[in-house]
Design a protein around this ligand. Structure first.
Ligand code: ADP
Ligand code: MG
Length: 693
């Protein structure tokens, strides 16, 4: 057995003592293999001499020419300015620090070869402090036939040093000590170079390599490594899913009478999309293994009904259902919906949040534990130790990105304690760009409700500067006088919730002064659950005309008569969040409006973002844009899960690969399962940790 490079400590290399090893460790470079995967961030081309006339701003190049003038200039800073000329043009070398000897070296008439970056200076194109040497008339051509790698560094580490180390690592590299885990047939199918070739190349591209594609990160050698890494991630998620799917769950083999009764009492019929997704769910429920399904549907697409139908089927089969929401307000609303829908059918709906105390809490716990309540609605308090279910068979999690993988797993545990693995239905209104979906949720099956209920008119979005605040207030007034309802959302992004609430309180007071006679309500995170619920109920009943709120109303809140929303400081929010907020209006028949009341002046980027909101109401497009602008962690709120810490891959840059990666992972899983463990330990040395969260 040959020792893999992953078992060779960096200390085995020449020039690495304790101190150096520590520096390397800061960059997670512990083994020789780590060095091989420590790829250059860019390259310099020192292989050819570029005619001076061809240089462009920002170029890094080797040039050669004759000094035609050299003098000390006294500008803002004293500097040595030396003009170099070849057959094609001339350029200035500028030195802010220089010795008398240097000045002498660079005398007119001498020939110089130098390397540096082109900048714009007072003398036109200039190179500041280039590396240079004097040469003879017909000096030997450049020695290097390869591009020069520039590596990421850390304090106390130089390019020269890291190059030497990577050099030594490359010398040790053989196909035996860094094994190829992608079989030939797979590499052929997806046109991937071998691992060793790719690594050799990336540390030392030849002079005619395609620098532009290297720069973009789209070179086949780079793709090869990203491909393997993404595949490893994919495989670990597939593994997780396969494992989860082996568990047993109760079989629910038909929709049953309850769901029909539920539908019969609704004032509308489900959309095609809702029906399709419900049947996908039913299919999962009938297998005897846990369902792990993510339902994505844009705001207002009617996810709650789909959840209720699934719940009906499970209850009909004799089991319990838990419905979880990320906020009290949302949980409250689900509780109202489920009660309204299921109580008339003779079911009992229980309620559980962290704030529920004393006797009522005892009562609800009893309802849940005894199985008297077939449906339980609540917040994450449902995960708590004290909550014992009777026959939990389905957990519905709304807006799951707020919960994260960990809670998802905790919930599964909970069901396991009861001897059955609950089915999981996860619903999100944050459309998840495919790039993310396949990496964050590859352990889930996915359904999309891609249709809105009929009769919705798209929300008309207006971007207005806060200098026109008064007009906006007038507008709210006349809308409310016409019998419409409105939201006024205060979106301070302060760390402190207290400040947010304060801002909302202040705004409510100010608006009350200016909108005398209007019934204004205020809701924020610091109110007691009951107070929040009361206010929401009043708003829903039309008793409150204008609801001033913090972003607590962001998800899920459903009041169809509300047709105007003002969002303050929208420039500080992510697009996905704005989309969520905006989704609170446009739920009824009336034409709806959303006013983005930004704080002037607005930067270029800010303008672009707000106009995205104006131009599209397609949640998927908005999410893509958000991903581009803010990165995946922000979007999913799962930064801590470690899912995004790729060594070489970059989801955004490499998204073109994702389809192939997915297929390749499937093939490997099927035909070469023994290649999987080594791949996982190469790329996800800690993967067991997050498989078992
Ligand atoms: P979301 O997907 O954002 O959670 P909801 O489930 O809150 O959406 O539904 C939004 C509104 O649409 C609710 O008032 C709901 O009663 C209504 N709704 C749901 N399905 C339909 C349908 N098929 N036809 C008409 N209205 C529907
Ligand atoms: Mg919802």
């Amino acid at each position: 057995m040959i020792d893999g490079l992953d078992t060779q400590d960096v200390r085995e290399l020449k020039g690495v003592g304790e101190a150096m090893a520590e520096k390397l460790a800061k960059m997670h470079l512990h083994t020789v293999q780590d060095l091989l995967f420590h790829l250059p961030i860019r390259y310099q081309d020192r292989t050819r001499i570029v005619p001076i006339g061809q240089l462009g701003f920002g170029d890094e190049a080797v040039i050669e020419g004759q000094v035609i003038s050299c003098e000390v200039k006294m500008g803002k800073r004293r500097s040595l300015l030396c003009r170099l000329k070849d057959h094609s043009g001339s350029v200035c070398l500028r030195f802010f620090h220089f010795s008398a000897a240097q000045k002498k070296q660079l005398e007119s008439g001498n020939r110089v070869r130098c390397f540096g970056e082109i900048r714009r200076g007072s003398a036109g194109f200039e190179m500041y402090h280039p590396e240079y040497k004097l040469i003879e008339e017909n000096a030997a051509p450049l020695e290097s036939s390869q591009l020069t790698p520039i590596y990421p560094l850390t304090e106390g580490l130089t390019q020269t040093k890291i190059r030497q180390l990577c050099e030594q690592a490359l010398e040790r590299l053989t196909p035996y000590n860094l094994q190829e885990w992608l079989p030939d047939e797979l590499r052929n199918q997806f046109s991937l170079p071998s691992l060793n070739e790719a690594i050799q190349f990336l540390h030392h591209p030849s002079r005619d390599a395609d620098l532009e594609s290297l720069k973009q990160g789209h070179h086949p050698a780079q793709y090869r490594l990203s491909f393997e890494e993404l595949m490893a991630h994919q495989l670990s998620l597939i593994g997780k899913r396969v494992k989860a799917k082996q568990d047993k769950s109760v079989k629910v083999s038909e929709a049953g009478a309850l769901s029909e009764q539920l539908l019969a009492q609704l004032p509308f019929t489900p959309t095609q999309a809702q029906q399709r997704v419900f049947s996908e769910i039913l299919k999962d429920l009938s297998t005897g293994h846990p369902m792990l399904r993510l339902v994505q549907g844009d705001v207002g697409s009617g996810k709650t009904l789909v959840a209720a139908l699934a719940a009906a089927a499970v209850v009909q089969a004799g089991y319990q259902v838990a419905v979880m929401a990320p906020t009290e307000i949302l949980a409250e609303q689900h509780y109202a919906n489920f009660t309204q829908w299921f109580q008339p059918l003779g079911l009992q709906v229980a309620w559980m949040t962290g704030k529920l105390k004393g006797k009522t809490r005892e009562q609800e716990l009893k309802l849940i534990a005894s199985g008297q309540a077939q449906i339980v609605v609540g917040t994450h308090a449902l995960f708590q130790e004290t909550v014992e279910f009777d026959r939990l068979a389905l957990a519905i999690i709304d807006e799951q990105h707020r919960f994260g993988v960990h809670q998802r797993m905790a919930l599964r545990e909970k069901g396991m304690k009861q001897g059955v693995q609950p089915h999981q239905l996860i619903m999100t209104a944050t459309p998840i760009p495919r790039t993310l979906a396949m990496s964050a949720y590859a352990d889930l099956d996915c359904s999309i409700i891609d249709e809105l209920p009929p009769g919705r008119t798209p929300v008309n979005t207006i971007v207005v500067s806060d200098q026109r605040r008064q007009e906006v207030i007038e507008r709210v007034k006349s809308a409310c006088q016409e019998g419409k309802q409105a939201y006024w959302v205060c979106t301070l992004i302060e760390e402190s919730e207290a400040l947010q609430c304060q801002a909302a309180e202040d705004t409510a007071l100010l608006l009350q002064e200016q909108l005398f006679g209007l019934r204004i309500g205020l809701v924020h995170g610091r109110l007691k659950a009951q107070e929040k619920a009361d206010i929401m109920a009043q708003f829903k009943a039309g008793e409150i005309q204008l609801l001033v709120a913090t972003t607590v109303i962001e998800v899920g809140v459903d009041v169809p008569n509300a047709s105007l929303m003002v969002i303050e400081n929208p420039e500080r929010l992510g697009l996905a969040q704005l989309h969520q907020l905006r989704g609170r209006v446009g739920r009824g028949q009336a034409a709806s409006h959303c006013v983005l009341l930004y704080k002037a002046p607005l930067g270029q980027q800010g303008k672009a973002r707000l106009s995205t909101m104006r131009e599209t109401s397609d949640g998927f497009k908005i999410a893509e844009k958000d991903l581009e602008l803010r990165g995946p962690g922000e979007l999913l709120g799962t930064r801590q899960t470690g899912l995004w810490e790729f060594k070489v891959a970059d989801l955004q840059r490499d998204k073109a690969l994702l389809d192939d990666v997915q297929r390749a992972a499937g093939l490997l899983h099927q035909n070469f399962p023994d290649h999987i463990p080594p791949l996982l330990s190469r790329w996800l040395p800690n993967h067991d940790q997050y498989l078992n969260v």
